[in-house]
Design a protein around this ligand. Structure first.
Ligand code: GDG
Length: 736
């Protein structure tokens, strides 16, 4: 039975060695709880680092560790102290984490750390490959392991691989500053499905893929040789039932049964019945905006003196990454701020801030969630923020106010909360004021729909959605209409070719026989191509035409000496076996003076675009522009041209990053039809990659073999993956 393999930096169990004995405790945190349902469901294995370096594991304890982990369905990846330093504290937390959260000034670009990151990612990939069968589903998690998908794909191409990023993906402008940006993108693109918390992160990622790798993105799919990668957003949920139930159980506890923390909270609340409690819970991390929150709290106390002694801020800051200098500095800053604010504002009966720097047990978390009137969660930047969701889930009577930062991924789904900009103290002070004074009915009206959504789209649903989407992606045939030219089909084709008394081939050039270049004039044919076409040209029973939108001068220069037959400018000109070009269609070009200035104005305003002036058509190329901008300008130009050419017999062809204006009665389909009408052919073949080739695919008779290059929507019968496959096919023809 196929199994699911989950991979994350840390395992869902934490190992500690105390007094030489091994202790295993369940990990807390979003990822661990989130994936629990997938892990416990059927065959599943979780691979990750145990939290102990190789140096920390005493001799002889290894087998005990392995069997303890196996008991939890886990397998460890062993890392040395030096590897953990470079990979985890180094590249992951001093480069990627700050960069992806827009703290560019904190991001360090150390080659040695990057190299360790690559090395450790490979260790993870090796561990997976030892366990993964061809039918297994592999789900890789988070920013520490972004190279793993491609490392797996190279070794086991058929594997089903999903990746989920738990932190934001930054805008292209930020991402491009990373020296290893291409490697990271290529690493991720080994996946079949890449998931993000929000659509914003998804679109930033797609924009980087387009700009940095120049890959074609169609909606949310990226087409690569032979496969497509889907990119989608899956906002992570929480184990709603667990939090809601825990809160219900907590509220039912009789007097004397409550925890110490709860008892102390109750005592304070009883002594100041009208006081409001604000709650702030985060890992101690600069992205969470804890220092800003403290300053905003002081601002609030100054602005609204009537609330002094009437409000209290409880801050739980969970220790995190304390080996990284920024975290040490932040800890000091927060300690000092809390000390100063409490020192300045406290009275005999009131301490404004209660500050816990530690991790609390789950039950204490529930005590805090259920006891505080206002959850104040205002990260500077946060992938999702599950604490916000957990707070709402525990409010069993639907009371409570959530003040949430717009910069948290969860703000997208929790729009009934009071959403604020964490840098706007004025707005925060107003939100606190509003929260303190919010009528209970309004609190309920806001919380009820949020609870409903959190209950429905819980973490189990999130995980299942991701896995279902991954399976669907893997099983989808992307040749929406066309069939892949399989080995069997190719053999049939060769047989038909061999048996045919006369054959005709229509071969598109750019994107079919040769790759695209920044400067189209540089896309000259290579020796291999010439040799291949020379061989085909020698076959007495074969007529072949290079059929292209290119101008006759360029093709004349490249191919006339070779005596190949060519149809250029989409069918305006024809040259057979080295003879002069003659007109195949009678067309006018008087319209060009009217259209050229329009195109020129687009060139002026679209850096990187240019005009190709042909004899009977004008083409505006935008391959070298910013991809989004180029696309936008192309639609704009389309609108302008449509009204301009309404009365002329002209049409606009939307090719591969090119728009071409030409006479309506000229296209490759019409030209190809004229050629096959001249004598009977037993074998008709056309191959091409772009929109202009679709005219051939549509117009040639049903018996013709039509082939699209690339997996895109097409009228062709078959598709092949790329130029390599085209040449291979022609080589087979040539050998017959
Ligand atoms: C990353 C992304 C994204 C916290 N303190 C204690 C404790 N917790 C639990 C909370 C919650 C989890 O830890 C924290 O999750 P967050 O989502 O708030 O934040 P990150 O740790 O930064 O997580 C984040 C998340 O991944 C998931 O994709 O949402 O944006 O940064 O579940 O309850 N649990 C216990 N004691 C504590 O003291 N027991």
């Amino acid at each position: 039975m196929p199994k699911t393999i989950i991979i994350s930096n840390r395992l869902p169990v934490q190992l500690q060695i105390s007094n030489g004995k091994l202790e295993a405790t369940p990990s807390v945190g979003g990822l661990a709880t989130g994936m629990k349902s997938v892990h416990s469901d059927g065959e599943s294995l979780w691979i990750g680092w145990s939290g102990l370096t190789r140096e920390e594991i005493p001799d002889g304890l290894e087998p005990e560790i392995d069997s303890a982990l196996a008991g939890h369905g886990c397998r460890k990846v062993s890392l040395t102290h030096q590897q953990v330093e470079g990979f985890y504290f180094g590249f992951s937390n001093r480069t990627i984490w700050p960069l992806y959260h827009y703290f560019t000034e904190y991001a360090e670009f150390e080659l040695a750390n990057w190299e360790t990151y690559v090395e450790v990612n490979r260790k993870f990939a090796e561990a997976i490959l030892e366990e993964a069968g061809p039918e297994d589903l592999v789900w890789v998690h988070d920013y520490q392991l972004m190279l793993v998908p491609q490392m797996l794909r190279e070794r086991q191409p058929g594997l089903t691989i999903g990746f989920f990023l738990h932190i934001p993906f930054p805008s292209y402008e930020i991402f491009r500053t990373l020296p290893w940006r291409r490697e990271i993108l290529q690493g991720l693109l080994g996946s079949d499905l890449i998931g993000f918390h929000t659509y914003d992160y998804e679109r930033h990622f797609l924009s980087s893929v387009r700009r940095l790798l120049g890959l074609e993105v169609s909606f949310n799919e990226i087409y690569l040789e032979g496969r497509a990668v889907k990119v989608d957003s899956f906002p992570m949920g929480i184990d709603y039932a667990k939090f809601h139930q825990a809160a219900q159980d907590h509220n039912r506890l009789g007097k004397g049964k409550e925890s110490d923390l709860q008892r102390r909270l109750n005592e304070h609340k009883a002594s100041t019945p009208n006081a409001k409690y604000f709650l702030s819970i985060d890992r101690l991390d600069y992205t969470k905006g804890i220092a800003q929150r403290l300053k905003a709290f002081e601002y609030f106390l100054k602005k609204y003196p009537q609330y002094r002694e009437k409000v209290r801020l409880i801050i739980l800051a969970v220790p995190s990454r304390s080996k990284v200098p920024q975290y040490q500095r932040l800890k000091k800053e927060i300690d000092e701020l809390v000390g100063r604010i409490n020192g300045e504002w406290s009275t005999v009966s009131w301490t404004p801030i209660w500050y816990f720097y530690r991790s609390l047990p789950f039950e204490s978390l529930i005590d805090l969630y259920t006891s505080c009137d206002i959850a104040w969660l205002t990260p500077i930047r946060d992938g999702m923020n599950l604490v916000a969701k957990e707070y709402i889930a525990t409010r069993t009577d639907q009371s409570g106010v959530l003040i949430l930062s717009e910069m948290a991924g969860s703000a997208n789904e929790m729009h009934e909360a009071l959403l604020i900009n964490p840098n706007n103290f004025e707005q925060i002070a107003e939100a606190l004021y509003q929260a303190i004074n919010m009528p209970l009915e309004e609190q309920r009206a806001r919380n009820a729909p949020m609870q409903k959504r959190l209950e429905r789209y819980n973490v189990e649903k999130w995980a299942n959605d991701f896995v279902d989407s991954l399976k669907t992606q893997k099983s989808t045939d992307f040749s929406h209409v066309a069939l892949k030219l399989s080995v069997d089909k190719t053999e049939d084709l060769m047989r038909a070719y061999r048996e045919a008394g006369s054959r005709i081939l229509f071969l598109d050039y750019d994107g079919t026989l040769a790759g695209f270049r920044t400067d189209p004039q540089k896309a000259t044919p290579d020796e291999e191509l010439y040799a291949l076409l020379d061989e085909l040209a020698q076959q007495s029973r074969t007529d072949f035409f290079l059929i292209s939108g290119r101008d006759k001068d360029t093709f004349g220069r490249w191919f006339s000496d070779r005596r190949y037959s060519m149809i250029v400018e989409h069918g305006v000109w024809i040259s057979e076996k080295g003879r002069e070009f003659s007109m195949l269609e009678n067309v006018k070009n008087t319209w060009m003076d009217k259209i050229r200035p329009v195109l020129e104005s687009f060139v002026d305003r679209t850096p990187g675009s240019f005009i190709e002036d042909k004899n009977y058509s004008l083409a505006w190329h935008y391959r070298n522009t910013d991809p989004d901008f180029g696309q936008k300008r192309a639609s704009e130009l389309n609108t302008v041209l449509t009204s301009l050419i309404a009365n002329d017999d002209l049409s606009v062809l939307n090719g591969n990053k090119v728009m071409e204006i030409k006479s309506s009665n000229v296209n490759k389909g019409r030209a190809a039809m004229r050629m096959i009408g001249r004598k009977p052919y037993d074998f008709v073949f056309a191959i091409g990659d772009d929109w202009t080739d679709e005219f051939m695919f549509q117009e040639l008779p049903e018996t013709a073999v039509t082939v699209k290059v690339g997996r895109m929507k097409t009228h062709a019968k078959y598709y092949v993956d790329g130029i390599g496959a085209v040449r291979e096919l022609l080589r087979r023809f040539a050998e017959i």
